[in-house]
Write a protein that binds this ligand. Structure first.
Ligand code: SF4
Length: 378
């Protein structure tokens, strides 16, 4: 970090005094306006770590109930390390990016084995853990141990780019190096964790992507974007992803009053070890019922007779916009064969909720567990 901050240039007219006044103002603003969030109750490194992992790619509002349930079930790193992965995934189900949960679990095991005395204040140890990148490292060590380590995420990136009037894209290339250098340069010697949180909080509450509330901003007097009215163009808009449209069929195979739920293998490209109603892309011009029969046979070895369409779920995964049509089907022959899946279980509707599933599958399972009087399936 030291080397990077040497490359950081303050805007014209700024002095060390400007910088220290800025730090004091932002910290004072944070002390007055910080949201009362469950992971801010103390500086317990375990709770800070869990919250920061959950907050990656996810909003504060979505994270709060997940965080509360997770730390109630696993109140310490030891409890998390001793947990079964299926229980960890179940408590994560719906938050998305499940690799985060698996990494958190694996890292907890390693920390408990190597550091039985407690979570260490050692960047080298944290940097070697699965799932710990530069952001998590800085967030945990600055907040829990007051280490002077920077963080950059979407909110602080926007604040820093506007504050210093950086016109390039701070998300990639030289702009990315610049924003990390800026984040390091603005950090005070003390209260680094609070300052990091203050930058993020200002971005979330005041320096919002559209219509920032500059009149209420503690940095307004020195902010370059505010002075030159550049808020709308700094940072530049994200490049649009090339979206790929995918149609899928999910087949809810029933055998009398049971439904087949399958476990994805540990080496699946995503949702590893989680459970699901079998699903796969539909071929061009393939009717859903025909696709359901084919998918059931290919993925499970079962011969099925398709029935009604149950529901359609739309969701996005990375650059894929997926429309998944769920078809119910009765088993007519064959036996479940592992291959595409690590396991298959025939479950009563009430048991389906006990398994970790992704968000789109949760919607599908909610439809499957609707009382029989309201549906035709059971
Ligand atoms: S003055 Fe406006 S643009 Fe500058 S940091 Fe504050 S809210 Fe953002």
């Amino acid at each position: 970090m030291k080397l990077e901050t040497l490359n950081f240039q303050l805007p014209p007219g700024w002095s060390a005094r400007t910088l220290s006044a800025l730090r004091a103002k932002l910290l004072a603003w944070f002390d007055r306006h910080r949201r009362d969030l469950p992971w801010r109750a103390d500086r317990d490194p375990y709770r800070v770590w869990v919250s920061e992992v959950m907050l990656q790619q996810t909003t504060v509002a979505a994270v709060v109930p997940y965080f509360d349930r997770f730390v109630a079930a696993f109140p310490t790193v030891g409890a998390l390390a001793a947990a079964d992965e299926q229980d960890v995934l179940k408590l994560w189900a719906g938050l998305g990016y499940y690799r985060r949960a698996r990494h958190l679990h694996a890292a907890a095991k390693r920390l408990v084995a190597d550091h039985p005395g407690g979570l260490p204040d050692d960047p080298a140890v944290w940097a070697a853990l699965p799932g710990v990148g530069r952001y998590i490292l800085g967030a945990v060590l600055s907040q829990a141990f007051d280490r002077r380590l920077p963080i950059v995420e979407a909110n602080s990136l926007r604040v820093l780019a506007r504050l210093f009037g950086h016109r390039g894209d701070p998300r990639e290339g030289p702009g990315k190096a610049w924003v990390w250098a800026a984040a390091g340069a603005v950090l005070p010697a003390k209260r680094a964790g609070d300052f990091n949180q203050a930058l993020m909080e200002l971005g979330a509450l005041v320096c919002t992507p559209a219509n920032p509330r500059c009149r209420q901003c503690p940095l307004a007097k020195v902010c370059v974007a505010n002075r030159y009215d550049l808020q709308a163009v700094i940072p530049p808009p994200k490049k649009a992803k090339d979206i790929v449209l995918v149609n899928e069929v999910a087949v809810a195979v029933r055998d009398r009053d049971k439904v087949l739920l399958c476990q994805r293998p540990a080496d699946a490209n995503r949702w590893q070890n989680m459970w699901e109603v079998p699903h796969a892309p539909v071929r061009d011009d393939e009717p859903p019922a025909e696709a359901a029969s084919r998918v059931a046979k290919e993925l499970t070895g079962l011969v099925v007779e398709p029935g009604a369409e149950l529901l359609t779920v739309k969701h996005g995964v990375t650059r894929y916009a997926i429309t998944m049509t769920c078809v119910e089907a009765a088993v007519r022959g064959g036996a479940f064969a592992r291959g595409s899946y690590a396991a298959g279980r025939w479950l009563a509707p009430a048991e389906l909720a006990d398994y970790p599933v992704s968000s789109p599958q949760r919607k599908l399972i909610a439809a499957l567990t609707t009382p029989p009087a309201q549906r035709r399936l059971f």
